[in-house]
Design a protein around this ligand. Structure first.
Ligand SMILES: [Zn+2]
Length: 281
């Protein structure tokens, strides 16, 4: 089985070198990259890590800046990296939704082969998941082109951490209500939105939503995954590591401690992501 990691970040070398200069005008970048948990990773290092862990393909994003010119630079770097990696890097482009240039950049990225948009940071980029007016034009392009959009979300309970942000299940549900025809991935378990799959009305409302497992070992016990399947969200959960922050091995240990059947593990580690990609082809 080819494992698909649906949430990794790669960074061009210049981001590290010019960190101070960029951080001075991008507060979210400043906060995340000065956190003691932050790690840099290049596309070459990603491929090495994928080889070491037996990962076939990764959905890779970069860093979602507020500034559109920086987003464009990130996307150019990402497409170059993807081109050199023989299909193993599935590119997710970044755009700044509050900028009037977001739609144009999304279209350019789709023309260049982006499978989707993400990981966008509502707090860092100055927009809200429940602000349909700001998101409408961008979501319309995603819908027309059949591409998915991925947002950072986090459970609005529990400990605080750098980059956690204020978008959780409530805001993610509002997005699903406003844009039912746009396929969406909510990172970090969607801030708990998956749990509402056990409510028939919410299962319908969030039928376009997927959730990824990024940061699972830091957030939840292994058995949360049994709950995801029991709640009826097992077809919507995507394995995502958030590499370079966390390695696959940490997830592997967690997965081994769940009660998932081998078919459920296969859905989590590959099948669900493959289906999503096929829908977005
Ligand atoms: Zn991430």
């Amino acid at each position: 089985m080819e494992i698909i990691d649906s949430h990794v970040h790669i960074y061009p070398e210049f981001l590290k070198k010019e960190r101070e200069k960029i951080a001075a005008r991008e507060p979210w970048f400043d906060m995340l990259t000065s956190s003691r948990f932050h790690k840099w990773g290049t596309s070459r290092e990603l491929i090495e890590a994928m080889d070491a862990s037996g990962i076939g393909r990764s959905f890779a994003t970069t860093f979602a800046f507020r500034d559109t010119a920086l987003c464009r630079e990130m996307n150019d770097h990402l497409f170059e990296a993807a081109k050199n990696c023989g299909g193993r890097i599935v590119p997710l482009a970044v755009v700044s939704p509050a900028s009037p240039d977001a739609v144009r950049e999304a279209e350019r990225a789709f023309d260049l082969g982006a499978a989707g948009i993400g990981e966008l940071f509502p707090d860092g980029q100055g927009f809200a998941l429940d602000d349909a007016r700001t998101l409408r034009a961008l979501c319309e392009v995603c819908r027309e082109r059949g591409k998915f959009i991925m947002f950072h979300t986090a459970e609005q309970a529990g400990h605080s951490y750098a980059g956690k942000g204020t978008s959780g299940a409530r805001e993610a549900a509002a997005f699903c209500r406003d844009f039912p025809l746009v396929r969406v991935v909510f990172a970090h378990f969607g801030g708990g939105l998956w749990a509402f799959s056990a409510m028939p009305e919410m299962k319908l409302l969030a039928a376009n939503a997927y959730f990824d497992t990024a940061a699972w070992p830091w957030l939840y016990e292994p058995r949360v995954m049994d709950a995801v399947f029991a709640a009826g969200a097992g077809e919507r959960i995507l394995f995502g590591s958030d590499w370079p922050l966390l390695k696959f091995e940490r997830y592997k240990e967690h997965i081994e401690r769940t009660g998932l059947s081998s078919a459920e593990k296969a859905a989590l580690l590959a099948g669900n992501a493959e289906k999503l990609l096929a829908l977005c082809g």
